[in-house]
Design a protein around this ligand. Structure first.
Ligand code: BG6
Length: 539
């Protein structure tokens, strides 16, 4: 949102006009190749000048994801000229040593290599602030420093706080921001927003508690809870696919859809995150958030507008329509697994229990599959099968909408029965959408074979997709919360996941490891769907 006004002595131009001119100057001064095929594909939006404060700036997430995404936004002129970042961390650093660390991370993790002059400009925007999150004095100094930056840069108190720390530090940082008044939006001006990373709680109670703690300091409209799946280009396209086309929506219901499968397969193991994963497991790590988010986007009703709350209202309705499981439902509808040693992508890999920082008798699940029902008018009786796992044969996230077969077998003489139609939405990699249908085999007879129409992003658009973090960071800076989860939404998702993880704590010990690394999970996952006369789609 552009603000107007300014000191009486300034020429009668709006701040927006000045900003546009400054951006134009910078665009002219930044030398990097412009891809003509990119023209017209994305409307560039530039946020107001602001200061971003990144907590957990020395951590893995910041270095792998946040800094590379910011650098890319800077490189493509999507950050305002007057943008600054204060990196807060516990370790002692001066600006120069910290910038050297970011440089190394940018080299390793950037999607597009930064030109050296652009990298220098970007790094010049970053300064380091050392402080322990429990140290009042460090936050007092931070407040003074931010005020001084406002005066110097004309950022008018606009600030984006980003919590990329371990989740245990969230309440403490939020409370400190409240204590120092850093959460206050100034009268008639400056916005304050807070971006909070996942995991947001570890069950329903802790998520509620965290929501209360955040709510004591920030209004809900200031809070941006990240689920990076929502920033993925293919996930955003789900809404365009459903609501920007007329022909799919009439089929998108219990009358035509037999079932839906959502798969998130990873070939990687837990890498260096053993201690985090031991406390988390697949259900908390990716099902409660990423998979349930995909499910809501597939299942929700069309929102009346694309406004953040209209959209999230519809998503919450879907989550609330999924009946909560009791212990018997968990036993009948959920399968958990843990990988043992095996081979993945032609390399031998160790079992989960042998990974660094993992208990040799660990009962943490690295795989989970479930069958969910959505008890509403549109989906009643249509099962949604979800599965997610580490050390599966390949990395692939896909949503498959399996349609019902034809009501009447007209082509009885065909050697092969046509398979029912299927729509597969490939979230990653090899992003695209595939439609399967029956076709006549050329020849004098009347044989039918299943064929596919396949759309791939790579061949349809000559541009690379932005990383999810680029999209989400820019949206938070612009004040668009539609791709962030709301308090009630995160709680509704935990209301589904919590009875599952709780029943495992109280139930009998699992028979782990129960799948060989490099396979599609435990046999019980196949039984879960085969009992219903269906099969997991081969990806
Ligand atoms: C994260 C999980 O949220 O998502 C990781 O904590 C997982 O365990 C990752 O590997 C997968 O993200 P992506 O974008 O690679 O599919």
């Amino acid at each position: 949102m552009a603000r107007t006004g300014g000191p009486a002595t300034t020429p009668p131009r709006t701040i927006r006009e000045e900003r546009i001119e400054r951006i134009g100057r910078r665009r002219r001064s930044v030398r990097h190749d412009v891809n003509p095929l990119r023209e017209g594909l994305r409307l560039e939006r530039v946020p107001d000048p602001h200061v971003m404060v990144l907590f957990g700036a020395t951590g893995d997430l910041s270095h792998r994801k946040v800094f590379p995404a910011l650098a890319q936004l800077w490189r493509t002129n999507l950050l305002p000229q007057d943008w600054q970042l204060v990196a807060v961390g516990r370790r002692p650093h001066d600006d120069a040593t910290f910038r050297a660390e970011i440089t190394a991370s940018l080299e390793q993790y950037s999607r597009v290599r930064l030109e050296s002059d652009v990298a220098a400009q970007f790094l010049g925007r970053i300064s380091y602030h050392q402080g322990d999150f429990g140290d009042d004095e460090a936050f007092d100094r931070l407040a003074v420093r931010l005020d001084a930056m406002d005066a110097e840069l004309g950022t008018q108190g606009d600030r984006l706080f980003y919590l990329a720390t371990q989740s245990s530090a969230f309440p403490q940082i939020v409370a400190q921001l409240g204590r120092t008044g850093l959460d206050h939006e100034l009268h008639g001006g400056g916005w304050r927003r807070i971006v909070i990373e996942k995991p947001f709680g570890r069950d329903l109670d802790s998520a509620r508690k965290l929501n209360r703690e955040v709510g004591r300091v920030f209004r809900e409209s200031q809070v941006y809870r990240i689920d990076h799946y929502l920033g993925k280009e293919t996930v955003r396209n789900l809404m365009v696919f459903r609501f920007g086309n007329g022909i799919f929506e009439p089929l998108w219901n219990r009358r035509y859809v037999d079932h839906v499968q959502i798969t998130m397969a990873e070939s990687l193991g837990v890498e260096e995150r053993g201690s985090f994963y031991e406390e988390t497991g697949a259900t908390r790590d990716v099902v409660q958030n990423h998979l349930l988010q995909l499910l809501t986007l597939v299942a929700m009703e069309p929102p009346a507008t694309f406004d953040a709350d209209a959209l999230r209202d519809e998503k919450v309705k879907v989550l609330r329509a999924i009946p909560e499981f009791g212990a018997a439902d968990v036993a009948a509808n959920v399968v958990r697994g843990q990988y043992g040693p095996g081979w993945v992508e032609a390399k031998p890999v160790q079992g989960y229990r042998a990974e660094t920082a993992v208990d040799a008798q660990s009962e943490t699940e690295t795989f989970m599959a479930t069958r969910l029902q959505i008890d509403d008018w549109r989906w009643s009786g249509v099962p949604f099968y979800l599965r997610a796992g580490k050390r599966l044969p390949k990395r692939a996230t896909e949503i498959a909408i399996q349609f019902k077969g034809v009501p009447h077998r007209l082509f009885r003489d065909s050697a092969v029965d046509p398979q029912p139609n299927l729509l597969a939405i490939r979230i990653q990699p090899d992003e695209g959408i595939l439609l399967r249908f029956g076709s006549k085999v050329p020849g004098l007879g009347l044989d039918i074979r299943t064929v596919t129409m396949d759309f791939t992003y790579g061949s349809a658009f000559s541009v690379d997709s932005p990383d999810a973090y680029e999209t989400l960071l820019l949206d938070a800076m612009l004040g668009d919360a539609s791709l962030f989860t709301r308090a009630d939404e995160v709680e509704a998702a935990w209301a589904i996941a919590t009875p599952i993880v709780d029943s495992w704590v109280n139930g009998p010990a699992p028979d782990f490891p129960n799948y060989v690394a490099g396979t599609w999970g435990p046999n019980a996952a196949d039984t879960l769907i085969e009992r219903d006369g269906r099969h997991w789609r081969r990806i």
